[in-house]
Design a protein around this ligand. Sequence first.
Ligand SMILES: [Zn+2]
Ligand SMILES: [Zn+2]
Length: 99
Amino acid sequence: MEEATLLTSADTKLVFRSKELVMAICDTCGNDYDKAFTITRGDQSATFDSFECAIHAMAPTCAHCGCRVIGHGTESGGVMYCCANCARGAGDTGAVDRS
Ligand SMILES: [Zn+2]
Ligand SMILES: [Zn+2]
């Protein structure tokens, strides 16, 4: 009798936990984290366990040096650069950093 009760509570816990898993799995690395967060951009939304994973999945890449643009960046002719220096390096002589 005691064993059956134990089993039931273990089952309930398992079901609850698997429901939680669905809510908190990082879209980048698959980590199950109870403090995961969701980022929405336009009609796209994704769940991440860390900003590192969010940057990996969502941050644009500088068209000149290839680094991740995690600040404001500079947009020139529809292309993203990490800074005005990179935009100038790619030919936009008039690019200046916004501040
Ligand atoms: Zn992750
Ligand atoms: Zn750059």
